[in-house]
Design a protein around this ligand. Structure first.
Ligand code: NAD
Ligand code: DAU
Length: 339
């Protein structure tokens, strides 16, 4: 089998590549990535010499480059992780999100139609369902929950999901979609909540918590997400959507306090800052479908996953220090310069 993984130099895509190379000793994995600010070539250093791995730097919106790659590799499976993924950046620059997340998805699927594949898998997000109220813990997102987005990011992901389902109905493309909750783990880009808090706490810098810190996210260890995608691409039914979630709802403030505790840092580092515009209140996934159909369940408990993650950032300083010393500084200054 030859698998093209787009966005494989990013957080979840790279973890998926490591997982697949290990799990399937006879598979060839091709990473197609533009290496935007969020993509790191160094992340893939450990697999660059693997004869079953190839890295290609290209934009998923570049039709010629994408078609050339499909012509050369004739992939059996395509897993599309490539996206602009940060909600705060989508509030600043929506159009970039529309281009990458919608046009890019259509371009990759056109190549799949042209060359023929066994499975196209779209890595989507629970954010397409909008948010849930804080005072209704009984409510969860199911695959039937209507699409109701809040941010330019989630709107672009929802538009891509609709296109994926349209390519299935119109052209018979064998697609699947997964909608996952918040991931955490190794190689998570420092702009996101958990790595930002770990890195700031390590340097005794303020920990910026939006609003009152009461928004709730459903955290899943990244390897559990990779395992779910593996099951869906091999055993999931074409044309279907599968929710993936950790069954691990936590308020942001409690996540930040756990990180302080893990690092032995005082809560006095915490600063409550201006809330994110349109900030979704709560995400919570009902993953009954993937559990019943494919036998998946989240294996890593948050208490263990967060310890492993904190340790990874302690052991891999060079990886994140290189990132935060570059262009990232301008972003940080703009977002958090006044705290
Ligand atoms: P990320 O931002 O860490 O990585 C994105 C990767 O895509 C980077 O390597 C980047 O270089 C690449 N990329 C961006 N634009 C590209 C383009 N035009 N052409 C080719 N490559 C391009 O993102 P992530 O957190 O790993 O998320 C991966 C996917 O999973 C995204 O589609 C995201 O919507 C989805 N998702 C993420 C989470 C999460 O918690 N991080 C949860 C659910 C779903
Ligand atoms: O739910 C899945 C989604 O999870 C993915 O689709 C997105 O790609 C991914 O980025 C993530 O989105 P969130 O907006 O939930 O993640 P983020 O890490 O940006 O923020 C998590 C929560 O923490 C959110 O409620 C906002 C809050 N936050 C975030 C940052 C960066 C803060 O309080 N302070 C911060 O500095």
């Amino acid at each position: 089998m030859t698998v093209i993984v787009t966005g494989g130099a990013g957080f979840i895509g790279s973890n998926f590549i490591f997982y697949m190379l290990k799990r399937y000793p006879d598979y060839r994995i091709i990473c197609l990535d533009k290496l935007t600010y969020a993509g790191n070539f160094s992340t893939l250093a450990s697999v660059m010499d693997n004869p079953r791995f190839r890295f290609v730097r290209a934009d998923i919106c570049d039709r010629k480059a994408v078609y050339n790659l499909f012509e050369e590799e004739h992939p059996d499976i395509v897993v599309n992780f490539a996206a602009e993924s940060h909600v705060d950046r989508s509030i600043e620059n929506p159009c970039l999100f529309l281009k990458t997340n919608i046009i890019g998805t259509a371009t990759i699927m056109d190549a799949c139609r042209e060359y023929g594949i066994i499975r196209y898998h779209q890595v989507s997000t629970d954010e397409v369902y909008g948010d849930l109220p804080l005072d209704r813990p009984d409510l969860l997102f199911t695959e039937e929950t209507p699409i109701r987005t809040s941010s330019p990011y989630s709107s672009s992901k929802a538009a891509a999901d609709l296109l994926v389902l349209a390519y299935h109905r119109t052209y018979g493309l064998p697609v699947t979609i997964s909608r996952c909750s918040n991931n955490y783990g190794p190689y998570h880009f420092p702009e996101k909540l958990i790595p930002l808090m770990i890195i700031n706490a390590l340097s005794d810098k303020p920990l910026p918590v939006y609003g009152e810190g009461i928004n709730v996210r459903d955290w899943l260890y990244v390897e559990d997400h990779c395992k779910a995608i593996d099951l869906i691409i091999h055993k999931g039914r074409a044309g279907e959507v599968y929710n993936i979630g950790g069954r691990n709802e936590m308020r942001n403030i409690d996540v930040v306090k756990m990180i302080c505790d893990a690092l032995g840092k005082p809560y006095t580092l915490i600063r409550f800052v201006t809330d994110r515009k349109g900030h979704d209140l709560r995400y919570a996934i009902d993953a009954t479908k993937i559990h019943n159909e494919l036998g998946w369940f989240p294996e890593t408990k948050f208490a263990d996953g967060i310890k492993k993650t904190v340790q990874w950032y302690l052991d891999n300083r060079e990886w994140w220090e290189t990132i935060i010393s570059g262009e990232y500084q301008n972003y940080y200054e703009k977002m958090y310069g006044n705290i």
